[in-house]
Design a protein around this ligand. Structure first.
Ligand code: URA
Ligand code: ZN
Length: 375
């Protein structure tokens, strides 16, 4: 029997036990709510709209079972879905909410924990680190430098708020510079969504559907576009950014974003290059700096991602442990198979993993980009 090609999951999260203890110690969002019935898992109150005292505790937020914090559960999930290697990352909202003086020690603890989970599972687990973004830039840079001593850390996961004012904030320049010089991949991931007023007075009837399906991708799209507009990729042309959920809506909206720049009188035309706005065009940045995950649940989304960044820069992910089956005890996750089928369909192949492009997306691209030893 020929050996199956490796499958690498680059979008897969964990809340290590120490992080859950931090959430359990809090009473404001984000926090962990233990239920009176100890046979039920605690609830993660993660969005402001979850913190609704008019709802019974067991209906608030999301249930957080052992799959959110246990590496053994992650490994079982990987076996069940033929995933060779996972690059795990702390799930949102990371350390964004901590007082400035507390961020660095939690970042160090959690990043060391991620490194040790990787060391204990050679070839199976690697990680993206988390940064203490509420701390002063010097402390953030110190943690970035320290990451180079942790050999299984292959990049960092980053939310969209940066130091508090978004990713076009000039105060982030030394952080971009440090990430560029340490060749750390930035995994851009949403958390905050859009203002909940946009979802209307009936939003509570739809659970998390509107924030997750639309709020998340628009948040990511806006964050990246602000980065590009502010010239981050002109100043740091070596940055590598992996954007969650196939880039939100960037592949679909890139033409419109570019056209709006071309027609914006506010941007003077550069006489030398005849360009408006950023020096490096959106298409150039997408081709040179941007990687997209394949967590988009449709062939249409995969085709758009491939068209914009190239088949070598689209990488398989699951978003585990989010989107579990609603029925108890189902070992095969529909969310995973939808994404596997989407990769196949996006490649116009047949059966999961068909076609050279599919093999790259499923594992080859991640192995090459991150220098992984898998197996
Ligand atoms: N996926 C994530 O990564 N985070 C969420 O909060 C929901 C889905
Ligand atoms: Zn995710």
């Amino acid at each position: 029997m020929p050996k199956e090609p490796p499958v690498v999951d680059i979008h897969t999260h964990i809340y290590p036990p120490t992080y859950l203890s931090l959430l359990r110690s809090r009473k404001t969002v984000p926090y962990l709510l233990d239920l009176a019935d100890k046979t039920l898992p605690p609830r993660l109150i993660i969005l402001p709209s979850d913190d609704d005292p008019s709802l019974p505790p067991e209906s608030r937020g999301r249930p957080i079972d052992v799959s959110y914090s246990s590496i053994e559960e992650k490994l079982k999930f990987m076996t069940n879905h033929h995933i060779t290697t996972s690059v795990i990352s702390l799930a949102n909202p990371w350390l964004d909410f901590l007082p400035p003086e507390e961020g660095p020690k939690w970042a160090t603890t959690i990043n060391n924990e991620l490194e040790s989970l990787s060391t204990c599972n050679p070839g199976k687990i690697y990680a993206f680190a988390t940064l203490p973004l509420s701390a002063p830039p010097q402390a953030i840079i110190q943690e970035i430098s320290r990451l180079k001593t942790l050999p299984h850390i292959k990049g960092i996961i980053l939310g969209t708020t940066g130091l508090g004012s978004g990713l076009d904030d000039p105060a982030l320049n030394p952080i971009w510079s440090s990430l560029q010089s340490h060749s750390l991949l930035i995994f851009l991931h949403p958390h905050y969504g859009l203002p909940s007023s946009l979802y209307g007075p009936r939003a509570h009837e739809y659970g998390h559907v509107l924030p997750l399906s639309l709020g998340f991708p628009m948040e990511t799209t806006i964050a990246f576009t602000r980065m590009w507009l502010s010239g981050v990729f002109d100043r740091y042309p070596g940055l590598k950014l992996l954007i969650a959920h196939s880039g939100g809506t960037i592949p679909f909206l890139a033409g419109r974003i570019d056209s709006c720049v071309q027609h914006e009188r506010h941007f003077p035309e550069d006489q030398g290059t005849k360009t408006r706005g950023p020096i490096r065009s959106l298409d150039t940045v997408l081709k040179d700096n941007i990687y997209l995950d394949a967590v988009i649940y449709s062939g249409t989304g995969i085709r758009a991602a491939i068209e914009k960044v190239g088949v070598e820069k689209v990488l398989f992910g699951t978003d585990h442990p989010f989107f579990p089956p609603l029925e108890e005890g189902e070992k095969k996750w529909k969310s995973v198979f939808t994404n596997l089928d989407a990769v196949t369909e996006g490649q116009d192949g047949e059966g999961a993993g068909a076609g050279a492009g599919a093999g790259k997306i499923l594992g080859g691209n991640a192995i090459e980009l991150l220098g992984l030893e898998v197996g």
